[in-house]
Design a protein around this ligand. Structure first.
Ligand SMILES: Cc1cc2nc3c(=O)[nH]c(=O)nc-3n(C[C@H](O)[C@H](O)[C@H](O)COP(=O)(O)OP(=O)(O)OC[C@H]3O[C@@H](n4cnc5c(N)ncnc54)[C@H](O)[C@@H]3O)c2cc1C
Length: 439
């Protein structure tokens, strides 16, 4: 072992919410842990303050019924947030706004679809809870929706709801298990987090030691530990968790080109604006195009009083120019005009999830497991890892599994080392350094 290397039970590479949660979970089991982050803590869950408006990196909502919430609770973190006001949601059909059938009252009075289509849509949505999502991985969400045989107007609304609950625009490509499970957990609602998602990042960062500006360049496995090399230091870890966010960054670190062919990622173009008033209607889902506008309420502390942060998203990024035009046009339907905008931030191509599960890749369960790093003692975590959950739920579910695996590995390493040392001691005590005769 390098004399100057710092010994730790578990090093976590990457300080996004997967890495921080993995580290916090391991630390809560009395392991010595260090999270190393190349840039700033939080990764894609960071929030930035611009002129008093707090922007997440694109519209973010935490699913109340998802695994992330359960795991945060297990760490003693109870996220503070507000559910978006579903009755204010509007459906954009062509150039016209209608009430979005997001609440029973909206459904009854909505002009977005006729009576028969309403009944069929309600029946389809209420039967989803009885489905076993994992049985739908072999077909695309598009074909699953088409097979429901809904009237066209109800089908278009269902497709828009599916995009909204999953952040996926490519419904004809994504496996249906992703969508069915998201519709199921979506029933419990979402929270817009007070102060943005930095609330989660801050809460997690209190539970585990970390270093920022500390990019890991390589991992070198030795006989009894793994050397973790940054530009200026070497750490000796019994186990390592790699939570570097996207497959290409993981492949680069592990020097393994198979990660680059993990499949296509899920992208979005995001325009966030700080506006001088709370817009009406503020929440608009385009039924025919993959566009959505949402307002982060002033109660969510994301903007000064009587002002608001409005986020517009295109599910599936194309060219920056084309997407920006589409997002700006959609803002007008949400009630925001150019003269209302105090500040703005455009993210042309965000990676929402590292890998798009498809029927041919085996759906959610076909994603790479936490154990498939290719290096013993090195485990993976992220929103494209493991069989459970989607988006932040997958990031934290895999973080939990990777943390358990790293703890078990690290305990095994300690045990092997103490057996080895005891054996060495016994040998030297009993033989004065000479080999014993075998019986
Ligand atoms: C626009 C958008 C909207 C979203 N909306 C939602 C939503 O509504 N609900 C939801 O549940 N999820 C949502 N998500 C997904 C959620 O943000 C991600 O799943 C989650 O933040 C991923 O966390 P992570 O830690 O796996 O990866 P990341 O956040 O990408 O973190 C990886 C970290 O690793 C660091 N790193 C990389 N390489 C190295 C290295 N060699 N050494 C050290 N550090 C390294 C990076 O700097 C980064 O900080 C959204 C994502 C986007 C982009």
């Amino acid at each position: 072992m390098n004399k100057n290397s710092l010994k730790v039970d578990i090093v976590v590479v990457g300080g996004g919410i997967a890495g921080l949660a993995a580290g916090a979970l391991a630390a809560s089991n009395n392991a010595s842990v260090l999270v190393l982050e190349a840039h700033q803590l939080g990764g894609r869950a960071r929030s930035v303050n611009r002129d008093g408006f707090i922007f997440n990196l694109g519209a973010h909502a935490l699913y109340q019924g998802g695994m992330a919430m359960q795991i945060l609770h297990s760490l003693g973190i109870y996220p503070r947030g507000t559910p978006p006001p579903l009755k204010r949601y509007r459906a954009l059909i062509g150039q016209e706004l209608h009430k979005m059938p997001t609440t029973p009252a909206n459904l009854l009075t909505s002009t977005a679809l006729g009576f028969r289509a309403k009944i069929r849509l309600v029946r389809a949505l209420s039967s989803i809870d009885q489905l076993s999502a994992d049985q739908f991985f072999e077909r695309s969400a598009g074909s699953w929706i088409a097979n429901l045989g809904l009237p066209e107007e109800a089908e278009s609304i269902l497709r828009a709801i599916c995009r909204l609950s999953s952040y996926v625009g490519e419904l004809d490509e994504v496996s249906a298990d992703v969508i069915v499970s998201q519709l199921q957990i979506g029933r419990r609602g979402v929270l817009y987090l007070h102060d943005g998602w930095r609330q989660l990042v801050e809460a997690l960062s209190f539970l585990v030691p970390y270093r920022v500006g500390c990019g890991v360049e390589k991992l070198l496995p030795t006989r009894d530990h793994i050397e973790v090399h940054t530009q200026s230091q070497v750490f000796a870890a019994k186990a390592v968790i790699v939570a570097t966010g996207i497959p290409s960054a993981t492949g680069l670190l592990l020097n393994n080109s198979s990660f680059t062919s993990s499949g296509s990622d899920v992208t979005a173009a995001c325009l966030g604006v700080g506006v001088s008033h709370v817009p009406e209607p503020g929440y608009v889902l385009d039924i025919d195009k993959p566009l959505y506008a949402t307002t982060q309420l002033t109660q969510a502390n994301q903007s000064p009083t009587d002002r608001a942060v409005v986020e517009v998203v295109r599910y599936g990024a194309r060219s920056a120019k084309l997407d920006r035009q589409a997002l700006e046009a959609h803002l007008c339907f949400a009630g925001v005009n150019a003269s209302d905008i105090v500040t703005s931030r455009f993210l042309p191509a965000m990676t929402v999830a590292g890998v798009l599960p498809t029927p041919s890749s085996g759906g959610l369960a076909g994603r790479r497991s936490v154990y498939e790093s290719g290096i013993p003692g090195v485990f993976l975590a992220g929103d494209w890892i493991g069989p459970k959950g989607w988006l932040a739920d997958a990031a934290l579910a895999s973080a939990q599994e990777a943390s358990n695996a790293a703890l078990a590995w690290s305990a095994h390493q300690s045990l092997s080392r103490s057996i080895h040392l005891t054996a060495q001691k016994t040998t030297s005590d009993s033989t004065d350094g000479y080999p014993e005769e075998s019986i």
